[in-house]
Design a protein around this ligand. Structure first.
Ligand code: PLP
Length: 432
């Protein structure tokens, strides 16, 4: 796979180079030169394949020229150690549960695949790398877990102080070893800006082998395509077109869904469901993309005012507003509506939706209600509800069970280094 920059001012690179660089030097985003389509025979027998088997076929098509099949299989087995089950919630409405990995959020797919891929390339080259990652909550935990105790890898995580849940913070700050957490006085956008500036800084580039782990890294998108195929495999027997509703912040997850679509996955429509940070739903309705400062919500992993994957999303969905708005419906909900959705699903089905998932659930229901065609609706559940326990309990007015894995975490002691949102401070820290 050759990758080009969306800004066309940097040379094309190999997969290995794109994975370690994260961002091209022109500050664009790496995109695959072309998206291969999978053969009809794959879709005819997909219902007989497991998630791992699907993952192997999809990654062979995308990156089989770069990595031999046996190694790809090893990378997948190392990364995807958990399932992505499809569960019926209401008639014609299914949830694709993406929270069965170690950090209990869907970012485990991207982060663990990226970690396995980087480890594979590092084995061959014996170089050392320093991973910088900004997180609005869940990326950090997944990346930290994915790279924890990996030889030759140092991980620095930046998170916005007071803007992640207790459990998320513990996932970021209690591993130790090769993982360091920086508690930034600012927003997620500040954290993301610090990381971007570090990558463009000549002094830092000269001193460290910096690598990015944010959703801008192309290796995080690839594994996120796997579970869209898996949902299709599990639901194909119903014989109706699929609609996917994706709770979105930086739009990596939705971009991956559209990669799956471009590879031939039959999908009727995607729903870009957001909270009050709704620049993409606004774009889809007006044709104008206008980044805004991020606003705090109870679905904090989606508090993104300037979604970094937007250029990819647009290119993948045909390159212009007309093509994008035909494939993707935008919809958004404020916190009160999100809480209503959590309560409604709990009262009517006893299913517990985390605030992010609740937005996708409501977006699916409201969108499908306006469609004439009969469809099978799938909303993506991006995190386990217990990661947002105080919000959940306050919303439902009841105490809720916490999985043991998360309960143990809460007893551990946080270790984080305070940091301002000023790039000079961050740079001085890294150089010290
Ligand atoms: C990161 C995250 C999202 C947003 O995913 P994007 O790929 O950035 O759009 C949604 N929900 C949860 C729980 C997340 O952690």
């Amino acid at each position: 796979m050759k990758l080009y920059s969306t800004k066309h001012q940097s040379p094309d690179v190999s997969l290995e180079e794109a994975v370690f660089r994260g961002l091209p030097p022109d500050n664009g985003l790496y995109m695959p030169e072309y998206i291969p389509t999978l053969p009809l025979s794959f879709f005819e027998t997909i219902q007989d394949l497991s998630l791992s088997e699907i993952a192997l076929e999809v990654s062979k098509a995308l990156i089989g020229d770069d990595i031999p099949e046996a190694d790809l299989k090893r990378i997948i087995d190392q990364a995807i150690t958990f399932d992505a089950p499809v569960v019926a919630v209401e008639p014609d409405t299914y949830v694709l549960e993406l929270f069965h990995g170690p950090s209990m959020a869907f970012k485990d797919f991207g982060a663990r695949f990226m970690a396995a891929l980087m480890s594979y390339f590092l084995e061959k080259s014996a170089k050392e790398i320093h991973i910088l990652v900004a997180t609005s909550g869940d990326t950090g935990g997944a990346v930290a877990q994915g790279f924890y105790q990996t030889p030759g890898v140092k991980v620095t995580i930046l998170y916005p102080r007071g803007k992640v849940s207790d459990i998320q913070e513990k996932q970021l700050t209690t591993l130790g070893a090769n993982v360091t957490a920086l508690e930034v006085e600012g927003t997620f956008d500040d954290c993301q800006r610090l990381v971007k500036e570090a990558f463009l800084d000549a002094d830092l580039r000269a001193k460290f082998n910096l690598a990015s782990a944010n959703s801008i890294n192309i290796s995080r998108l690839i594994p996120q395509a796997f579970y869209y195929f898996n949902a299709y495999a599990r639901l194909k027997h119903l014989g109706k077109p699929l609609v996917f509703s994706v709770p979105s912040g930086n739009f990596g997850n939705l971009s991956a869904g559209i990669i799956a679509y471009r590879m031939g996955l039959p999908v009727r429509k995607f729903i870009a469901a957001t909270n009050s940070n709704h620049v993409v739903p606004d774009y889809l309705s007006t044709g104008v993309f206008e980044p805004k400062p991020s606003q705090e919500t109870i679905s904090n992993a989606m508090d993104v005012g300037n979604p970094s994957n937007f250029p990819r999303l647009l290119l993948l969905s045909g390159g212009e507003w007309e093509t994008a708005k035909d494939l993707i419906t935008g919809i958004w909900y404020d916190d009160a509506q999100t809480q209503d959705a959590i309560r409604h699903a709990y009262d009517s089905t006893a299913y517990l939706l985390c605030p992010h998932t609740a937005i996708a659930y409501q977006g699916l229901k409201d969108t499908v209600a306006g469609m004439e065609e009969e469809v099978t609706g799938v909303f993506l559940s991006t995190a386990h509800y217990a990661k947002f326990l105080p919000t959940m309990e306050a919303t439902l007015g009841t105490t809720l069970p916490v999985p043991e894995r998360l309960a143990e975490l809460l007893d551990k002691t946080k270790e984080a280094i305070p940091m301002s949102s000023n790039f000079a401070d961050f740079k001085a820290y890294l150089l010290s």
